[in-house]
Design a binder for this molecule. Structure first.
Ligand code: ADP
Ligand code: ASP
Ligand code: MG
Length: 471
């Protein structure tokens, strides 16, 4: 059971989340918890501040967040209060020491790798303190519980800021750390998002990575279900920040959920589905604020595909790159040469389309783009477009229903669309638009597929399917 930042943003949220675990003790849960909402951003900003101004100033920015922790302790803990407050105080001292080291480390200002090393060390306190507080709240409610340092379970490579777990090592350690506790009816509580290298350096799995931790732990323990408790009632038909009336999709296949997560549905970290797919473990996304409001169950097999799309994801801040060269015509090895450049700069490519003489692709991370372009120019003419957004329409229905593409593009026929791609699985249709038009594009597609009479049919079909799956 993973609880995100907003599910532990303050005393009420902590109490609520602990209550959800309390009533499910018989299921032998393992809890994975994020830092209190906003604390990760603040911890990262404190490193920036320490490097730019000084460690005292960096540390000072965190005081209001330590106060937030203290308020949770004051409201929810009695016997455990002193122990947990001492932990918070100790963390404050250790973070200040780390900021001091970062500020006096000549390479941390210039070398992003070194800076990320310090960021990981500092940011890990968010999840560790949440885990300690969550376990303490359970203990006060007479649950046998203890927090476990996730860095003893999740073992990763040394790519700070975006580390990849070493699966065998992680599974073995997670089993060793957690199985004996579970067998003795204890409820272990781990911080999400954090891990450590084999040599003991603290790492993180990338922003939003607590979902991924939950899936790794679930897979290692062959859990019956991986539950992601968050601030919305499951995966919705679109991002609720763009479409306020978006509705719960009760049922998704692994593939559909993976596409949505990959193309921007923040409710799931993009890597969450991998361990679940590997071990065929259902993933349920639930609302920690209102349990009866609906949830999404993600499973391996779709019983039957409704003839509609299931949801629309979007991702902003995308850059598209086009490389044009007549040398591509009939040549082999050209694409490999291009993609090797991206690989050498550790830059992930999201969407790719090719024509006879050009390749277009989209990127999220442009930190290495100047160096990449310099190398690409040896292969052809390069043009870059910034400020783009990717829209991804997902549903098994796309595979079998003719005319969906026509509906999509006629709905937005006055919006300039580029980089159109149908994923190899044929369950998604992805394209780029100008970032400025993303809200309008998503809203219009949502209206077309989920509102009005056609939309009512689609929702009914989704709901019927949801009921069937729950049953
Ligand atoms: P947590 O802190 O629980 O990990 P996140 O903020 O990471 O929560 O993810 C939940 C948020 O994801 C929602 O509040 C919502 O704004 C956003 N979101 C984006 N797309 C979707 C979608 N299709 N369905 C549900 N939520 C979405
Ligand atoms: N606390 C981390 C973040 O804000 C991890 C997570 O919430 O999943 O990115
Ligand atoms: Mg999240």
């Amino acid at each position: 059971m993973k609880f995100g930042g907003t599910s532990v943003e303050g005393a009420t949220a902590f109490k609520n989340a602990a209550g959800i675990v309390f009533y499910r003790q018989a299921l032998r849960p393992v809890v994975v918890v994020s830092a209190m909402a906003g604390f990760t951003d603040a911890l990262l900003a404190s490193v920036q501040q320490a490097l730019a101004v000084g460690f005292v100033e960096g540390a000072a920015t965190l005081e209001k967040h330590f106060d937030r922790h203290r308020r949770v302790i004051d409201v929810l803990l009695v016997q455990e209060a002193q122990r947990i407050q001492a932990l918070v105080d100790q963390s404050r001292v250790e973070i200040t020491e780390l900021l001091k080291r970062a500020a006096s480390d000549v390479s941390a200002g210039a070398d992003p790798r070194r800076r990320k090393f310090f960021e990981d060390a500092v940011v890990s306190y968010g999840e560790r303190l949440s885990a300690a507080m969550f376990a303490a709240v359970l203990i006060e409610n007479k649950v046998l519980s203890t927090d476990i340092d996730a860095r003893r379970c999740i073992i990763t490579d040394n790519e700070h800021g975006c580390a990849a777990p070493l699966m065998d090592h992680t599974f073995r350690n997670t089993q060793e750390q957690l199985q004996p506790l579970i067998e003795s009816s204890w409820v272990p509580v781990l911080g999400g998002f954090i891990g450590s290298t084999a040599t003991g350096e603290t790492t993180t799995l990338g922003r939003g990575g607590s979902d991924y931790t939950a899936a790794l732990v679930g897979a290692a323990l062959e859990a019956k279900e991986i539950q992601i408790w968050t601030d919305v009632p499951g995966v919705l038909t679109a991002d609720p920040r763009l479409v306020s009336h978006a509705r719960t999709v009760p049922h998704l296949s692994f593939e559909e959920a993976a596409e949505l997560a990959y193309f921007g549905a923040k409710v799931l970290h993009p890597k969450t589905l991998h361990p679940a797919i590997e071990r065929d473990i259902p993933v349920r996304i639930c609302n920690s604020r209102a349990q009866e409001g609906g949830s999404t169950l993600v499973v391996g097999e779709t019983k039957k595909s409704p003839q509609t799309v299931k949801a629309i994801a979007h991702k902003t801040g995308v850059t598209t790159v086009q490389v044009t060269s007549t040398r591509m015509l009939g040549a082999y090895g050209f694409l490999r040469a291009l993609f090797e450049i991206f690989a050498e700069h550790k830059t992930a490519v999201d969407v790719v389309t090719t024509s006879e003489v050009s390749v277009s692709l989209s990127l999220d991370d442009t930190s290495a783009l100047p160096a990449i372009v310099e190398r690409l120019e040896k292969h052809g003419t390069v043009s870059i477009e910034e400020g783009r957004a990717i829209i991804c329409v997902v549903g098994e229905g796309l595979r079998s229903t003719p005319g969906i593409a026509a509906r999509i593009f006629s709905t937005i026929n006055d919006i300039n669309v580029s980089l159109i791609s149908q994923g190899a699985s044929r369950i998604n249709l992805t394209f780029a638009v100008e970032e400025m038009r993303v809200r309008e594009t998503v809203a219009r597609l949502h209206k077309e597929f989920f509102e009005g009479s056609a939309g009512e049919d689609a929702i009914r079909e989704l709901n019927d399917l949801g009921a069937e799956v729950s049953a």
